[in-house]
Design a binder for this molecule. Sequence first.
Ligand code: GTP
Ligand code: MG
Length: 198
Amino acid sequence: MEEQVLNTHNADLQLSAANRSHYPDDDLPEIALAGRSNVGKSSFINTLLGRKNLARTSGKPGKTQLLNFYNIDGKIRFVDVPGYGYAKVSKTERAKWGKMIEEYLVHRDNLEAVVSLVDLRHAPSKEDVQMYEFLKYYEIPTIIVATKADKIPRGKWNKHEAMIKKALNFDPADDFIIFSSETRVGYDAAWDSILGKL
Ligand code: GTP
Ligand code: MG
């Protein structure tokens, strides 16, 4: 898709859903955002859409419990997926989460790609690695976004990128984007990558 045809500021929360009977019923392509709780998924959405608080962000992890479908200019959707790895979640809740994610990622025909967010500062968690393996296993086109880049000096970015790629067993066919919602570094690369999947 060409960037000029998409008014990225014309966006709103279309609906929230826990299961497929509530998903939007049309053919719009969807890009899902996955990642650990608190990694910056909602901030990523807000940054790409040039909005302060369209997608709710919080210092409190584990806030987003539903799939949130953001309609962008009536042409594509971002789907904000609840984060994983929040310690204070019961086994039952975790199982429910797993079912909800799997139902969406494995069975949603509209899904064109997943933006999988990791924290540039740290080695990926076990769940980050599992998520990436899951996406590769189901052959879902994946973009790795390593965010919070503003929190480490630029001179260390390469080293951290290499460390993350190694831990993920990163497929060089995928895009890897260093990003920050604070400085907006990676904004163009992220949009290019996303639109390239459509
Ligand atoms: P859940 O919805 O709980 O899964 O979290 P999330 O992944 O949506 O994270 P969210 O966007 O709410 O961000 C969590 C916290 O990290 C907030 O305090 C954000 O302000 C902060 N944050 C997100 N992205 C960045 C970034 O690029 N740089 C910095 N410095 N802080 C960030
Ligand atoms: Mg969120």
